[in-house]
Design a protein around this ligand. Sequence first.
Ligand code: NDP
Ligand code: MG
Length: 388
Amino acid sequence: MRRISVFGATGSIGQNTLDLLNPGEIEIIALSGGRQVDLLAADARRFGAQVAVTCYPDCYDALKQALAGSGIEAAAGPDAVVEAADRPADWVMSAIVGAAGLVPGLRALRHGGTLALANKESLVTAGELLMSEAQRHGATILPVDSEHSAVFQTLTGEDRAAVERVIITASGGPFRDWPLERLAGATPQQAVAHPNWSMGQRISIDSASMFNKALELIEAREFFGFPSERIEVIVHPQSIIHAMVGFSDGGIIAHLGPADMRHAIGYALNWPGRAHVPVERLDLARLANLSFQAPDETRFPALRLAREVMAARGLSGAVFNAAKEVALDHFIGRQIGFLDMAAVVEETMVRVSGDLCRKDAALDLEDILNADHLARQKAEEVARLRSR
Ligand code: NDP
Ligand code: MG
């Protein structure tokens, strides 16, 4: 039986993943979660998991109690999450949110199986390391982010040398047409209300600020290896086309699908084949209109910052992501405004750039975690200065 682990099992991607799995057909090795201990325990029982682990040590007692009598191991803390990733599995879903997903993903690669990667932050933070570790251990990384899954599917069977451009779409989020003055007063509650996709809180707010698309530009650069100037973003409010690839003969192949992450998760689960996935089928006549517009980098500076990261590479992705996570925390806590998030990230990038000059050296995990740590400290300082 196929051995499967799901990290971030209690989240939006994690729950969509479990929805596609049948307890009798697979063996669950590990499920990880955070504060939603009852949900984690219920899923661990349903699938007969070997181990259930929460990243929070203070949730251990509750998890242990919820698993009492089941014979399922309970564990807690970031080290326990990594230990769970050390348990051999054939297919691992990486769906923890934030840079916290990096080390468990790296460890899972050591088994040489498949890592289904929803955690884009690990590619942004440590793209080169992640890809080289996969190669070293004979592991396969499959993208789960819908745009990247779409590009991956579109490129299958194509000559990569004939690729002129990769175009990922952005819905534009809830603030697509808001003027700058109105954006300044946007609240977390307004930002979380995504028009098309149902996702976790953090990625929903990142979609509103376009930081999600900024992360995705870098993710595409790191995963597919095309030069950054060949990777474009286009705003497409309907979220029906997820990505397009333009070829040297002038043709463009687009990937269409419903705004339901189970398509991309199901693709990663069934790759290299395809199997039935219970998502809604598109009714093209009812859709009628697919529209496009250029992204506005004045109202959404995150995209411009992503271009800087792609040009600099090295540790700049780790800095960018860490600063973004801190800025997002401060916005969620209502200490800074919506537009302050990009300002905090930009200021942090400037402040730490002098300390990170090893552009061409091969990066190891320690360099990356140090850069992440330094950027978090600086971003905290910068955010506090801007706090109202
Ligand atoms: P959620 O916030 O819904 O879920 C996050 C998961 O990670 C939960 O299981 C949560 O536990 C757990 N978690 C939170 N913090 C930590 C931590 N510090 N260490 C370990 N585990 C932690 O996020 P999403 O499912 O929306 O997103 C997951 C990843 O997938 C992100 O990287 C996101 O960018 C990416 N992604 C998501 C998409 C979506 O549609 N949602 C689309 C494309 C990519 P608990 O909830 O129990 O506290
Ligand atoms: Mg996406």
